[in-house]
Write a new protein. Structure first.
Length: 146
């Protein structure tokens, strides 16, 4: 799993284009009405996450715990409890299945929420228009190969 994390003063998105079929979207959203097509966050950790094929061999529980712990560490370093997960399939040539990726992101989000973090996931299966304000200081950008 590859993770590029930004501390963002502001992160806003709006869905621009659906890049999965409705059937594929149904894996992540059993009820298609659940999709929040726009959002805005402030003072949050924004994690661009590439789940890889090799992660499937280790299982959701192992991978979501590793991801959540990494994100909590970055959040503590940046003095925030707000974490946004964004599936970003451009950090590696290896890609996990849609179902595994969806399950992992949901499980990591739940783990973070259970740990008193405000955690959310950007819309899965959409290209997004993004507006991001990311300051330049140590620990504001962290790369992880988990």
């Amino acid at each position: 799993m590859k993770v590029l994390v930004f501390y963002t003063k502001k992160f806003a998105y709006k869905t621009a284009e659906q890049n999965l079929s409705n059937e594929e979207l149904n894996i992540f959203y059993p009820d298609i009405k659940e999709i929040n097509h726009q959002g805005e966050y402030s003072n949050c950790i924004t994690a661009f996450i590439q789940v890889e094929k090799e992660d499937e061999e280790k299982g959701v529980k192992s991978r979501e715990k590793k991801l959540a712990n990494h994100l909590k560490w970055v959040a503590r370093k940046n003095n925030t409890h707000s974490i946004l997960l964004h599936s970003f399939a451009h950090l590696s040539s290896s890609k996990a299945s849609l179902k595994f990726t969806a399950d992992l992101l949901k499980a990591a989000c739940t783990r973070l929420q259970n740990g008193d973090y405000e955690a959310s996931i950007t819309p899965f299966g959409f290209f997004l228009d993004i507006n991001m304000e990311a300051p330049g200081f140590s620990m504001a950008r962290v790369w992880g190969d988990l």
